[in-house]
Ligand binder design. Sequence first.
Ligand code: ADP
Ligand code: MG
Ligand code: MG
Length: 906
Amino acid sequence: MSEKRVYTFGNGKAEGNAQMRERLGGKGANLAEMNLIGVPVPPGFTITTDTCNEYYEVGQDKIVELLKDEVNAAVSHVEELMKSKFGDVENPLLVSVRSGARASMPGMMDTILNLGLNDEVAEGMCRKTGNPHFVYDSYRRFVQMYGDVVLGMKPENKEDIDPFEKIIEQVKKEQGVELDKDLSVDSLKRLVTLFKTAIKDQTGADFPNDPIEQLWGAICAVFRSWMNERAILYRKMEGIPDEWGTAVSVMAMVFGNMGDTSATGVCFSRDAGNGENLFNGEYLINAQGEDVVAGIRTPQQITKIGSQRWAERAGISEEERVAKYPSMEEAMPELYAELDALQDKLEHHYHDMQDMEFTVQEGKLWFLQTRNGKRTGTAMVKIAMDLLHEGMIDEKTAILRCEPQKLDELLHPVFDKLALSKAKVITQGLPASPGAACGQIVFHADDAEAWHADGHKVIMVRIETSPEDLAGMSAAEGILTARGGMTSHAAVVARGMGKCCVSGAGAINVDYKAKTVEIDGTVYKEGDYISLNGTTGQVYAGEVKTKAAELSGDFKELMELCDKYTKLQVRTNADTPHDARMGREFGAKGIGLTRTEHMFFEGQKIIAMREMILASDVAGREKALAKLLPYQKADFKGILEAMDGLHVNIRLLDPPLHEFVPHDREGQEIMAKEMGVSVTEIQKRVNSLAENNPMLGHRGCRLGITFPEITAMQTRAILTAACELKKEGKNPCPEIMVPLIGTVLELKQQKAIITKTAKEVFEEQGIEVEFEIGTMIEIPRAALTASQIAEEAQYFSFGTNDLTQMTYGYSRDDIASFLPAYMEKKILKVDPFQVLDQEGVGQLIEMAVKNGRAVRPELRTGICGEHGGEPSSVKFCAKVGMNYASCSPFRVPIARLAAAQAAVEE
Ligand code: ADP
Ligand code: MG
Ligand code: MG
């Protein structure tokens, strides 16, 4: 069977297109597409992602055999278009071999440039170009990349220095220069020889001279890079399946390092940090590929306005800027105009912000990549709204363009204005990724992880970051680097993570060994506090207080748009008036869950609560409950008032009683005194409450069944609070929820107590308040018998934490001991307590909704577990026709967006 594995492109033609990203990877598909729409791209070909999977099945030799004919034909195709030949001494073709998955994974996999060089080809190129510096600069880069990536020279321990970098340092010293670019031709030649010797010494292998052999080595190395550690970690973080595989794009080299009319750069059609509709980017004259992002030389701005803003932040005068750091717009005006026109064309073609790579070879502009740019949450919202206003996309597309999870960033704290005005700026870097962060300084990724695990907030301070630092960056509150521009690794990755980052703070001196950073004469040690403003690039000494964000501007507009399309409402979980207000500010349409147990923990309340539990008879319990009543009433009143006019779903006491009683001698003595009994008596009672399996023990409605006085007291507190509010002219809408039922009889009996108490309260108060009685569906048996339960319940609230626990039979308190192994062995893809298991638990939910509504068509259904703020779970709730999802206040906007997306996708 001849399945097509190779797709060529070049000179305005292509076998692939943008729709084929699954097969050609994002990079390959867009390289094809750019050819089709008239953007200049060097010719080449792409090997499919399926071939990568095949590689893992059949191995290197077999894959080469399977690919051989197609790759040879594709190489000839490129040779024809380039009018040069692979390995030819007179007129050689050099190529790059690049990775590219379906979803972009910037910097995670490997790329090899300048492939096709050997000693003879290099000499031939020198004759042809008359530019030996360029030729040997390219050659030494190639040997280094090939050695690292294909021949495994890259040190396994990330702290070890790349052996090639050591050699470069040594040769620079010998020649007496500081920068790579100042290396002489002889030094570059020497590097090539020394590199090859190092390869031979370390691996025993000779560097391959035959370009075709080089090519196969590189292609297979790119396949292998799909499974390198950092790529695997990145996929885990981004939820990208291992099965996707990477495509390999091979394309003719164009050279940005051929002299002063050559350059290379990275640019964005809009600002990826704040979303501003302003073309921007960075470039370097006489440089190649990675130089711009590697953070080795600080790149210059592409646009004049970008350059001016940059200079202003860096405190550089306009004269100095123009003389030393001109923008591309000023230095290469014609090329700039062409670049600007093409970036605009690409944005209009893809209807989204583009992130592009380009190279200028001796005055000719080439595009090497375009993709929908990664952006911060702030930029995501602004760009979606701007594109909508500009008429480039419609409302539904605008909603779908925003990733719910990313809204998280907009909800993160910003610096408190007052605290900020008093804070001391110690240095200034580039505003690489917005937001505010403060924490303790750490210098290594491992330390960031360890400190974070110990509960510290940390700021990771680095000279520059590399893909190896990923896990550490993820654990940090913010990242500060000494080197690198707005498109450096640190900046791009931080923006992707929505993490505050200040890059290129050139005035800081990091000493990894001593674990110190010197800033303007002051030495900061590991563990010292600093604060970063990723929006301005400013760095502050100490801990600058932050404050909560608010819903306004584009964000508000997006949320209103969501409400226009959504069918599923979003409520908030709130146990305090403060949380209730916050949830409401973020657009919650009521409270989906108020847990009453937390209310018992403060001050005098816990004493009365303990007294109630430890009492030996009903009279003793009622006495204690009477003390609790006013506290509970006040709590409920505050919450109902904060949610005036909206439903507030209050759950009766749920957790096992032993959680409330004192287990220490001191606490027991206090209770003995309070209740006038012996400490031994108290101990006996405490011990009697111990359970082997508290999660499945005396909790939930089982408490109300055995101690009906508790249910009565809580009902009385809720409804008295409601009556009082109503008398004050308010409109309280309480719902009383019975937790953890497994049979309808539990609900029936609790309901009888609630109804009876309600009657009493309304008579006492001389006023009635409308309220509802519902139940949690969180025991599988409750879901299975939903049609019976719906006879008694006015609403169902799915408690998916317990439902997951009991459906899987995983204790949610103990899952940590085996979850990692289950994920590793791919038995579980995700933690089912975070992402709802639609297949199993979902079936119970769907069935309960359907069967419940069959009995009671107006039955209201909602979710109140952790899953209520997780986008895929929220979408599931919308799909099965629930009325609302409820989540913590900070996740309300996320759930609103997910709910709207579910409606739009439908
Ligand atoms: P990544 O996915 O890590 O960005 P790329 O495959 O895009 O890796 O390549 C790394 C760098 O090399 C980029 O700056 C890119 O523009 C440059 N590059 C890749 N192919 C070529 C080529 N054919 N000619 C010139 N530069 C290239
Ligand atoms: Mg790239
Ligand atoms: Mg529960």
